[in-house]
Ligand binder design. Structure first.
Ligand code: HEC
Ligand code: HEC
Ligand code: HEC
Ligand code: HEC
Ligand code: HEC
Ligand code: HEC
Ligand code: HEC
Ligand code: HEC
Length: 449
């Protein structure tokens, strides 16, 4: 591992020219932070960059304390490097500390800024579902806007206030991201900032690196822990953290994770530092001959998000290439028989789920042809069940099977798919037999848990 570490330092010096340049103009100062005489940071910054830190140590000590403990603070990347913008930038503004100077800043920082020093990470990230695709449901898709406002409750209580955005801005947007709108002072308006992983910035940048590396520590160790994914990958429709923590891998993490080494350099975090994989190990980290990737689609085979599961292609990734990459991850710790058997089980689970989904679609198509579906699918019992079948129970079964979560694969998954399917059949039979829609919603509104 030592050889790898050394190689990496040389790389960092080459890649990070901008930071090195900054330190060349050195105007070394001492910063006594928030009156703590024992915590003195001694680094080289331009006078301008030092002024941001000095004043903000009083104005926003929480930010400066986080930054101070970060790897980037230690190599001389400062507030100025990330927050200063050209005067002509659509996001340019000035805080009270720099009013009247020629320096302009923004509270928004997009991946375009990170790309100056981390071009490879940003390029990989940009190709992933975490970038442009993530905000599609919130920003681009009329279908989803209708789904949200008309069907998922956005307008329900306020029919006279069309476009009420509270459930969007506090829900979908915090995970998926949205497009930032700016007011006359170039500051964000209409609740469009901050936002989730696919945030779209006025400077053209797409994405939010801080969802996994929270500001201002930007820690690689944090991003490697399952908690980094848990704020979004949870709940009834994609319970990935619940699945993980109840898997054998999660058991080992919960029992021993406190003793693992989390801060090895990129591509040098290997079995031995840890005994079982976390989300990052399987989906992102370098392990064995695999290199770290910020494209979380790279190692995936199936599309397990959408109503019907197909092998990934096009902008969703290349599923044929994904499978052998994921198998390489497993083979660092498991033999080929174990890994082959596991992937075979996953494929069986996908096939069984798809069979249920196709059966449900056939019933839906026939009911639609006979005009036996209501216009509002949220008050049509059959359509409510159809949604729960694929979006809740069906995702749980598939994600459970993919990540060794037997309770989610069966009890929260296939068992409930089977229950929901039987109820759909009963409604279908009734409507076909009587040529009419039953009067009350037959479905409990909270859906199967
Ligand atoms: C490595 C880049 C980087 C450095 C260095 C950095 N920031 Fe930030 N900062 C960010 C990012 C990214 C965000 C989140 C922006 C977003 O969501 O659009 C942010 C957000 C902020 C915000 C707005 C969010 C809030 O909680 O109000 C403030 C204020 C801020 N930073 C101040 C500072 C100060 C002061 C320093 C120096 C001590 C600093 N930053 C150093 C990248 C950086
Ligand atoms: C003399 C003190 C002082 C200096 C120097 C200073 N700031 Fe500020 N900054 C403030 C104060 C006070 C605020 C709170 C909002 C305001 O008054 O504008 C602030 C707010 C901010 C915000 C948040 C803006 C928002 O809309 O929420 C950012 C980002 C920021 N400063 C970055 C910087 C950067 C980068 C520098 C260096 C180029 C800098 N500041 C220099 C005092 C200072
Ligand atoms: C001016 C150049 C520069 C900018 C801009 C910059 N970084 Fe860095 N970053 C560095 C350097 C240098 C390192 C240290 C590399 C090393 O230790 O090998 C680093 C390290 C990191 C690390 C690894 C931290 C660790 O714990 O090892 C992360 C994560 C990171 N940066 C994220 C970001 C993000 C996110 C942004 C944009 C918001 C950003 N950086 C902007 C230069 C920069
Ligand atoms: C707690 C975070 C969270 C919230 C809130 C959330 N989502 Fe998601 N959403 C996710 C995650 C994580 C996935 C990916 C699941 C997977 O890969 O199986 C996802 C997947 C999706 C997908 C499928 C992906 C695609 O590109 O087609 C759509 C559509 C979607 N969400 C729409 C919405 C809408 C609309 C809302 C608000 C009504 C919303 N989501 C609220 C986290 C969230
Ligand atoms: C989905 C979570 C996630 C997001 C989003 C994310 N990162 Fe990372 N990042 C990680 C993980 C996990 C690692 C550690 C990989 C490993 O173990 O080698 C990492 C490592 C890094 C490193 C250290 C060098 C390397 O490549 O391993 C840098 C620099 C970095 N990230 C920058 C960024 C930037 C810039 C963005 C935004 C474009 C970003 N990250 C967004 C999870 C994330
Ligand atoms: C801020 C919320 C958020 C965080 C944190 C987050 N994700 Fe995601 N993730 C999403 C959303 C939203 C999607 C759906 C993207 C889409 O529309 O295709 C997603 C999709 C995915 C997908 C499926 C990709 C696809 O295109 O279907 C994987 C795999 C994934 N995330 C892994 C991770 C891992 C691993 C971590 C932690 C290291 C993580 N995510 C952290 C929000 C998040
Ligand atoms: C042991 C390795 C492993 C671990 C640990 C792991 N995953 Fe996965 N994950 C997989 C495999 C394998 C698949 C299915 C890949 C395929 O498509 O064939 C998958 C699928 C997914 C998907 C569904 C992608 C889609 O098609 O919709 C998401 C989202 C996801 N993982 C997120 C996470 C999160 C978040 C964590 C941690 C809480 C995590 N994973 C932990 C191996 C892992
Ligand atoms: C860093 C090592 C490591 C990696 C990488 C890894 N696993 Fe594991 N796995 C373990 C450990 C340790 C256990 C617990 C073994 C036990 O129960 O005694 C385990 C247990 C399992 C189990 C539970 C059944 C059993 O053998 O006890 C399954 C299934 C599994 N892993 C599948 C996978 C798959 C699939 C991958 C790749 C996508 C993978 N693992 C990657 C270390 C790893």
């Amino acid at each position: 591992m030592n050889r790898k570490r050394m190689g990496l330092c040389v790389m960092a010096a080459l890649v990070c020219g901008a930071a090195v340049e900054l330190m060349a103009e050195e105007a070394t100062i001492e910063l006594a932070l928030a009156g703590k005489a024992d915590l003195v940071v001694k680094r080289g910054y331009t006078a301008e960059a030092a002024a941001c830190v000095e004043c903000h140590a009083k104005e926003t000590p929480g930010v400066v304390e986080g930054w101070r403990s970060s790897r980037m603070a230690h190599v001389g990347v400062s507030c100025y490097d990330c927050h200063s913008v050209e005067k002509s930038s659509p996001m340019a503004s000035q805080c009270s500390g720099i009013k009247g100077t020629e320096t302009f800043i923004s509270p928004m920082v997009s991946p375009t800024t990170c790309a100056r020093c981390h071009p490879a990470e940003v390029e990989q990230f940009s190709k992933s579902g975490h970038a442009r695709l993530a905000a599609v449901p919130v920003v681009d898709s009329e279908k989803f806007k209708t789904l949200m406002y008309k069907l998922e409750g956005g307008e329900f209580m306020h029919p006279d206030v069309p476009g009420s955005t509270a459930s969007r801005s506090t829900g979908c947007q915090q995970c998926h991201g949205t497009e930032i709108e700016l007011g006359p002072d170039n500051k964000p308006i209409n609740d469009t900032w901050p936002g989730g992983v696919g945030q779209r910035y006025p400077d053209g940048g797409i994405g939010n690196c801080t969802v996994c590396h929270t500001r201002h520590m930007f820690s690689i160790a944090e991003a490697r822990k399952p908690e980094a994914c848990a704020s979004c990958h949870l709940g009834p429709d994609h319970p990935d953290i619940e699945i993980y923590l109840s898997s054998k891998h999660g058991q080992v993490f919960l029992a021993h994770g406190d003793d693992w080494t989390w801060d090895s350099p990129p591509d040098a975090w290997e079995p031995g530092d840890y005994k079982a994989p976390t989300c990052a190990t399987c989906h992102m980290s370098g392990i064995g001959e695999l290199k770290t990737t910020h494209n979380i689609n790279e190692r995936l085979h199936w599309d397990l998000v959408h109503p019907k599961s197909v092998v990934r292609s096009g902008e969703r990734g290349d599923g044929e290439k994904g499978r052998p990459l994921m198998e390489k991850v497993c083979k660092n710790c498991h033999g080929p028989t174990h890994t082959g058997s596991f992937m075979g089980q996953l494929d069986q689970a996908v096939a069984l789920y798809n069979e249920y989904y196709e059966g449900a679609e056939k019933m839906r198509e026939e009911l639609a042809a006979r005009k036996l579906l209501k216009g509002d699918r949220w008050s049509d019992g059959f359509m409510e069940l159809h949604y729960y079948l694929w979006h809740h129970t069906g995702r749980r079964a598939r994600h459970g099977a993919a990540m060794n979560g037997p309770d989610y694969a069966h009890w929260h998954g296939f068992f409930q798919i089977f229950q929901v399917y039987k109820d759909m059949q009963a409604i279908y039979d009734y409507r076909i037999k009587h040529g009419e829609i039953e009067e009350l919603s037959t479905v409990m509104n909270s859906g199967p848990e």
